[in-house]
Design a protein around this ligand. Structure first.
Ligand SMILES: Cc1cc2nc3c(=O)[nH]c(=O)nc-3n(C[C@H](O)[C@H](O)[C@H](O)COP(=O)(O)O)c2cc1C
Length: 338
């Protein structure tokens, strides 16, 4: 199976909710929620591609050739690649039900482990979405990051405890779900988290805690002061607040503010190894990729997920060769023209 065949099959089976566009950029699906689009005009999604395309990369081939190392240490483990799958919920609402949530969980969690990476996994209005993933996570030795909605503290900490029991390597919380239209429609209350609440969560679990949906240096510093392991700089794919900037455009000032106190993940419109490189150079440690992995799973199952990871890895390695970067530590702002 080729990646082109995966996309062609996905286009057939994902209609009408997702068009499996050659480049997933938020234009065709503007405003489609439920669906895969960005909120309102869709600009919070389309701006991600516009910003990434505007960042230019400097070539440098004056160096002694050597092996390329794309590995990264996170949660005390080594991963082969610095890109991970973003949590994607709602196979039956955001997508057309061609895949069940359980089917998608199997393909994504197992496919990412096979890729030398892992999946951040979703939570949703129905608790069953979170629950069905736990046995799969256990089966792969905990190699996933369950991403809990920002429920009230008792419900949140109960879900984190169950993630611990499944052996998960870390836990995340998409606090930006406060703007999630589907939770609102389902009448499920979710809440912002103060620094004090985050500190309480951090204290309550042995797992590294990673709030997702951080867009400012001030919020990032609060996460650092609360003892969080990392953050995901994210606008939830442009689905929760209209006219948000591209998350990756906020990386330089967030990195400047927190230094090495937090691992920084970023997502939103990252579609190639070149984009991964740009995000790392802008200040991220690693990235999450969302919608394209859903397309890969619809078109090719677990194999599609692995093929897509291999495509991104191949592109990243090529850019590293062309820019004189032997390891991820060599990727920094000096490689870019902003
Ligand atoms: C259909 C859909 C469902 C999503 N479900 C979740 C979710 O359950 N939890 C979460 O933290 N983020 C969720 N997200 C946001 C993604 O994790 C990610 O932040 C976003 O899609 C940006 O990456 P992308 O442009 O590569 O898709 C969802 C996004 C989409 C499009």
């Amino acid at each position: 199976m080729t990646i082109q065949e995966v996309w062609d099959k996905a286009r057939e089976v994902m209609a009408p909710k997702c068009r499996a566009c050659p480049e997933c950029n938020g234009k065709a699906c503007r405003g489609e929620i439920p669906g895969v689009g960005g909120i309102g005009s869709g600009s919070s999604f389309t701006v991600c591609r516009e910003y990434l395309d505007s960042v230019k990369v400097l070539m440098d081939l004056v160096y002694e050739p050597s092996e390329i190392d794309t590995s990264i240490e996170l949660f005390g483990r080594i991963f082969e690649v610095p890109f991970f799958m973003a949590p994607l919920g709602g196979m039956n609402g955001n997508y057309n039900g061609y895949l069940t949530d359980e089917g998608f969980a199997n393909m994504s969690i197992r496919g990412m482990v096979e890729s030398g990476s892992l999946a951040f996994t979703p939570d949703g209005p129905k608790d069953s979405l979170f629950d069905l993933q736990l046995p799969i996570i256990k089966d792969v030795g905990g190699l996933a990051v369950p991403t809990v909605k920002p429920w009230d503290l008792p419900k949140l900490t109960d879900k984190i405890r169950r993630a611990e029991e499944a052996g998960a390597v870390a836990v995340s919380c998409d606090i930006d779900s406060c703007g999630n239209l589907l939770l609102k429609k389902a009448g499920k209350p979710v809440y912002p988290q103060s620094q004090e609440t985050m500190a309480e969560i951090v204290k309550s679990t042995s797992l590294p805690y990673i709030p997702k949906g951080i867009m400012t240096a001030t919020a990032a510093l609060r996460c650092a002061d609360a003892g969080c392991y990392g953050i995901v700089v994210s606008s939830h794919g442009g689905r929760v607040l209209a006219d948000s900037p591209a998350p990756c455009s906020m990386l330089p000032e967030i990195r400047e503010a927190v230094g090495d106190r937090l691992k920084i993940f970023v997502d939103g419109g990252i579609r190639s190894g070149l984009d991964v490189f740009k995000c790392l150079a802008l200040g991220a440690d690693a990235v999450l990729i969302g919608r394209p992995y859903a397309i890969a799973a619809h078109g090719g199952g677990q194999e599609g997920v692995v093929l897509y990871s291999q495509k991104i890895l191949g592109e990243l390695r090529d850019v590293m060769v062309m820019t004189g970067c032997r390891s991820l530590a060599d990727i920094d702002r000096s490689k870019l023209v902003l």
